[in-house]
Design a protein around this ligand. Structure first.
Ligand code: AMP
Ligand code: ZN
Length: 482
């Protein structure tokens, strides 16, 4: 098995990765809060872990990859996003959850993600969360006020280190926080909610020993990660912005419940920026994943296939900030197409008795890149060295033996498709052709419906296509679509 180094946020060092059980890996990644559509920034974080998952599988590890769905609770301690959204959209909270979970899965499908092994939901683990709160109270690290339960951060910090992950010094935090305004039940501003009593208008609520209410937003990940991966597991991931307080709180909760540190390697991915600022729903500075393949966004000069976005994102290391720009996508498209063209040529290469190129050391360089904390930009540079080999062999300027040819073919294909998760553009084009054929068929059916005065059906076809991002335009020469 290849030796992999991983940058561990917990220690601040790149470390040789040693799984708890040889050959097996337990990995937990914080999933989306399904109260709105995911944006491309979210996609970047999930894509980084998809690539990491893919590489582990490629190396032959047996991986249990758990990525949750947050379908209860709130973004801040003051606001419940599901309640706020249900008022605006006049939907049941679980209708909101369903709508955006379906949307999330559709985005993942478009961007060629592998499914995690388990995708647990917060609402499916209320009983376990109540049990965890009971344990934390019994162990003296939580207190109950007016039906809500809070984790006592200062008490925890007397024996443990609250700040072990984020490297924050709690004493500094105390100095810099405003005093509580008297509205809060908390003893200290640093304390966080494990259980919140629900106000009367609150729809998502569960019975508990303390009140009718709902769990605090950090608890679900502690409960679900340890339930499926054990009290101590290998890797926990998420975006940088979750390091504090979310992951810091996860460590504290798990430590109190199980008397051990829950995670050996904490991995944090960096942000996708737009216009120099973090992509984010709340500031309105974001691009929808579907805008990419419709081209329907002011920053885009054209539509791109999702595989080009994958290529563009993986050209940056997961730990560096990346800016989404039209120029970056245009140049990624060129690189992506050049790679695919070379892969298409690979099957027709002429084989010789001997090789003039060193395929074995090139192969090892590809692995070395990935073994060095999943360095996909370096891997892609080596794949382009492979592209150069292919082109030179094709032009008769280099030679390759049968056995080296097999290695070149396997490494190029496996890294491009299995590890980076790219899709061959011609496959995409093929799918686009098929899609165009289906839309033409629907346009014809709509025309017939109109001729039969079945306007309900003709409108339904138009509206359903629009929901999928396909707009029909009726003109003098018939109907076109974009
Ligand atoms: P959320 O649904 O807000 O909890 O976000 C889901 C995941 O996306 C988390 O791991 C976040 O850290 C990550 N994320 C949010 N915004 C960005 C961004 N602009 N770039 C990369 N990852 C992000
Ligand atoms: Zn989480």
């Amino acid at each position: 098995m290849q030796e992999i180094k991983i940058y561990n946020t917990l220690t601040g060092k790149k470390e040789i990765f040693k799984p708890i059980t040889k050959g097996f890996i337990g990995m937990y990644v914080c999933g989306p809060t399904v109260y709105s559509n995911v944006h491309l920034g979210n996609v970047r974080t999930f894509m980084s872990f998809d690539m990491i998952y893919r590489y582990f599988l490629h190396l032959g590890y047996k991986v249990r990859y758990v990525r949750n769905i947050t379908d209860a609770g709130h973004l801040t301690e003051e606001e419940d996003v599901f309640l706020a959204k249900s008022k605006v959209e006049k939907l049941e909270p679980m209708e909101i959850v369903q709508k955006y979970t379906v949307d999330f899965h559709e985005v993942l499908r478009q961007y060629n993600f592998l499914s995690p092994s388990i995708e647990p939901t917060a609402t499916g683990h209320i009983v376990e969360q109540i049990e965890a709160i009971q344990t934390i109270i019994e162990n003296g690290m939580a207190y109950v006020v007016n039906g809500s339960v809070y984790f006592d951060v200062l008490k925890y910090n007397e024996k443990e280190n609250y700040g072990i992950l984020s490297k924050r010094i709690i004493e500094d935090a105390i100095e810099n926080t405003r005093a509580l305004d008297g509205q809060s039940d908390k003893k200290n501003p640093q304390d966080f909610a494990l259980w919140k009593r629900a106000d009367p208008e609150h729809i998502q609520r569960w019975n508990s020993p303390w009140s009718d209410g709902f769990p605090g937003w950090h608890l679900e990940c502690t409960v679900m990660s340890t339930k499926y991966l054990g009290e101590q597991f290998d890797i926990h991931g998420g975006g940088m912005d979750l390091k504090f307080p979310h992951h810091e709180c996860e460590i504290a909760q798990a430590q109190v419940c199980n008397h051990k540190a829950p995670v050996n390697y904490w991995m944090h991915t960096n942000m996708l920026n737009l216009n120099g600022k973090k992509m984010s729903k709340s500031t309105g500075n974001y691009v929808n994943p579907s805008d990419i393949y419709t081209g329907d966004n002011a920053i885009l000069s054209k539509a791109f296939v999702p595989s080009v976005v994958r290529f563009s994102m993986l050209q940056a290391h997961y730990s560096s900030v990346l800016d989404l720009t039209n120029d970056a996508l245009l140049s990624a498209e060129k690189g992506h197409n050049r790679l695919m063209e070379a892969l298409n040529n690979l099957s027709n290469l002429e084989v010789n008795n001997s090789s003039s190129i060193d395929v074995a050391s090139w192969k090892q360089k590809c692995y070395n890149a990935m073994n060095d904390d999943f360095n996909t930009p370096i891997l892609i540079a080596h794949l382009f060295e492979g592209v150069k080999f292919i082109n030179l062999i094709k032009e008769g300027k280099e030679t390759i033996s049968q056995s080296d040819y097999e290695v070149l073919k396997t490494v190029m294909n496996e890294f491009t498709f299995d590890v980076l998760g790219l899709l061959n553009i011609s496959e995409n084009n093929n799918n686009n052709d098929k899609l165009a054929g289906v839309v033409e068929m629907l346009i014809e059916m709509r025309k017939q419906a109109k001729e039969n005065k079945n306007y309900a059906l003709s409108d339904e076809i138009r509206d359903k296509l629009l929901e999928k991002g396909i707009q029909l335009k009726d003109g003098r020469d018939g109907t076109t679509f974009s």
